[in-house]
Design a protein around this ligand. Sequence first.
Ligand code: NAD
Length: 392
Amino acid sequence: MKEAKSKSSGKKQRIDWVRENCRLLALTAAEFQQTQPFAGKTIGTGIHLEPKTAALLLTLKAGGARVIATGNLSSTQPETVFYLKERGVEVFARQTRNAEEHTANLDNILNQRPDILLDNGGDLFARYLEKPYPGLMGGTEETTSGRIRLLPLRDQLRMPILVINDSPIKQFAENKHGVGQSVMESYLRFTNRITNGQRITVFGYGSCGRGVADYFRSCKAIVSVVDADPLKTLEAHLDGFLTPYRGDAVRSADVIITVTGVKEILQEDVLEQLKDGTVLANAGHFPWEIDVEGIENSSNVQAVEMYEDDITTWILVDGRKIHLLGRGHMMNLAGPRPLGNTIEVMDMGFTLQSRCLEAVASGTVGQDHCVVTVPETINIAVAETYLELVRS
Ligand SMILES: NC(=O)c1ccc[n+]([C@@H]2O[C@H](COP(=O)([O-])OP(=O)(O)OC[C@H]3O[C@@H](n4cnc5c(N)ncnc54)[C@H](O)[C@@H]3O)[C@@H](O)[C@H]2O)c1
């Protein structure tokens, strides 16, 4: 019998799948290969090391940059580190939840005095101010949390730092739809539990919280919103969500998700109010929205059980069980096989990143662009290119 001819050239990696679907970044990389906007420059990066960021970092490399990279707390994926190293990116990171190790990695980046920084959460720029060096041209900041941290440091920074988060594209594409969809996907991935008819309380009705609330509602959950800002609460009410007082929202919840960017939204005292079986999770950038240590060490917690896949269960003195996903780290990049936001929304956001870094490298933005949003011309170019791709 004739042997069947294999058409397969061997299994490709998930990162290859991601890169092939980052169509905007692929176009940008092809252009950068010609124009070399980063020739002779070093870009230091501190952003989640997962497959989509690999596509971003390799785009910068295609533009002539020497790229030196570290990650954020908890989210570094070993396969991504390996993939990047194989392709000439210098990486100082491994998966860790240890803040000291993370700081040492930030120092490894800054000790090499990069010309440009790509930051996520303000870690690199804040650390740079502790030991500044000459020649830093500026860079980008990805998140809301980073903008909040860097704004008061503006007078010390005095260099162009474009905040990707504040682009309307990032707000509606990534924060609303991307985070909403991936937090929903992550809840199912972690727990494999039903959403229909479940009472979900979302803390924070910013662009991320809007998406989280919306996607849980679309999966037939009964969603309540708690926001410290009365305007946001009114908006949630008009959008059709329940907006009870905080205590009522906590007491009735089967699931509580924090996504505010603010510290200690849920502390030890919340244990008094929770129903037996409540699931807690965080989707905000830093793992500080749920005070995990404070709660775990409180006299109300009698025993701690850990399940596989990063689920912690606190057994309270009265026998109630409260579950925590991913130890309070950003749930869509934690737990089993974390995928993060969809490829396409990250492709848009990372193309904004690439174009903003190009603007910093070329000097088209200056000191007056310190911790400001993405230039309108870049937003329009990214929107038009994406629409052209989906129409073709
Ligand atoms: N998981 C992800 O993939 C992802 C992606 C992007 C951003 N983020 C992070 O998500 C967080 C929220 O981002 P955003 O863009 O929605 O921010 P935002 O500033 O637009 O919204 C935050 C909301 O939280 C509210 N808030 C503040 N303190 C509160 C409190 N004590 N109780 C209830 N509500 C409170 C604010 O009033 C605001 O409406 C940030 O940490 C951001 O970095 C996560």
